[in-house]
Design a protein around this ligand. Structure first.
Ligand code: GFB
Length: 333
């Protein structure tokens, strides 16, 4: 991949795609192809074929996907399986058919079994039952990995897959019904501060920008209600680190074995809540709502394969949370 290579970033407006796009720009790549959802619906086979036939990208970062937190995954499983299977099937097949030199497929750490030994090595794929809250999404992502491997075997393509751990960063989804935990904590703690200060003006702006605040959240403010028991452990990777790893692997990795991308350490949701509360300056009480799901008890990736290739994450969690909180505040100013 050189500076003038034609590179298609699918999903360039999302959390991951936008970070990959920023990274490629920063590195001086000048021939980037992007399309908004309105210009190209990746679930429509004919549109994708037409796009690849016309644009002929040499490299493809497949970051377009339907993603969401634990509640969105368990409420809309049909959307998660249909949209993801459709997008990845169309893009992977067209990358082969229209001669892309290389493709990078983004999976997720939820492909591993619910009760997987920790840390989770790449070899543990399909060694046990999946976590039910995100089974539909996980099955789609597993199909994507298998599809890349099948095309490599049958057609000699160079399609690689990466499995990121839980991600966060600028441009994350802060909608409290569908978001992941980290942006949800930032927003809930900030809202609690605004309520305590009686700053209704900024709360209005927040709701206009990030969507309505659900009634149960409103009712608990200025205290904050979190989901589940607070004991599940998660590993958090800043999306700029992920983008750096994806570009690194596109440049330096060949092979059908997929690669985990993580930081190599995890914390409980309770500990994360303390960390985010510290950054935001929240001083109220945190209540855990056990009627909401915990999901998988632990999800820590084994990152030996990635480290063996020479890559490590650089952004510390506290620093990453600070930077994401600043991005969130910027949207309100
Ligand atoms: O980030 P999250 O939604 O996704 O939830 P998963 C992580 C943990 O945080 C769960 C708890 O134990 C939640 O119960 N949690 C506490 C909260 N308070 C909140 C809150 O206000 N909002 C949210 N969202 N969680 C997803 C999968 O699983 O992770 C996807 O469903 C994908 O498939 C993604 O793999 C990375 O880590 O549980």
């Amino acid at each position: 991949m050189d500076k003038s290579s034609r590179i298609y970033v699918a999903g360039h407006r999302g959390l991951v795609g936008s970070a990959i796009y920023r990274k490629l720009k920063e590195l001086g790549h000048t021939n980037l192809v992007v399309k908004t959802h309105g210009q190209l619906d990746l679930t429509r086979q004919e549109e994708v074929e037409r796009f690849f036939d016309t644009e002929r990208p040499e490299y493809v970062f497949l970051a377009a996907a339907k993603v969401g937190g634990i509640l969105a995954n368990s409420t809309f499983p049909a959307d998660f399986i249909y949209i993801n299977l459709a997008i990845q099937t169309n893009v992977i097949h067209c990358a082969y058919r229209y001669g892309a030199k290389k493709l990078l497929f983004l999976g997720s750490s939820c492909i591993y079994p619910k009760l997987c030994p920790q840390p989770m090595k790449e070899e543990y794929l399909l060694s046990g039952y999946l976590e039910p809250t995100n089974e539909a999404y996980a099955v789609a992502k597993i199909a994507g990995i298998k599809m890349c491997q099948a095309y490599n075997r049958q057609y000699g393509t160079r399609f690689i897959s990466v499995m990121p751990t839980n991600l966060y960063g600028p441009k994350d989804n802060f909608d409290l019904e569908t978001s992941h935990v980290l942006p949800a904590l930032i927003r809930k703690f900030h809202l609690a501060k605004l309520v305590a200060a009686g700053d209704w003006e900024t709360i209005k702006k927040d709701e206009e920008t990030f969507g309505p605040v659900p009634l149960d959240v409103k009712e608990s403010l200025p205290n904050v209600s979190l989901w589940g028991s607070g004991t599940p452990r998660r590993e958090f990777l800043h999306v700029d680190d992920l983008a750096d790893a994806c570009v690194f692997l596109m440049q330096n990795y060949e092979g059908s074995k997929f690669v985990n991308i993580g930081v190599g350490s995890d914390i409980t949701i309770g500990e994360l809540a303390q960390l985010v509360a510290g950054v935001v300056g929240f001083k109220g009480e945190v209540i855990f709502d056990s009627s909401k799901p915990d999901g998988t008890p632990r999800k820590l990736l084994d990152v030996s394969r990635l480290r063996g290739l020479g890559w490590r994450a650089k952004i510390g969690l506290q620093e990453g949370i600070k930077q994401t909180y600043e991005w969130y505040l910027d949207q309100l100013s």
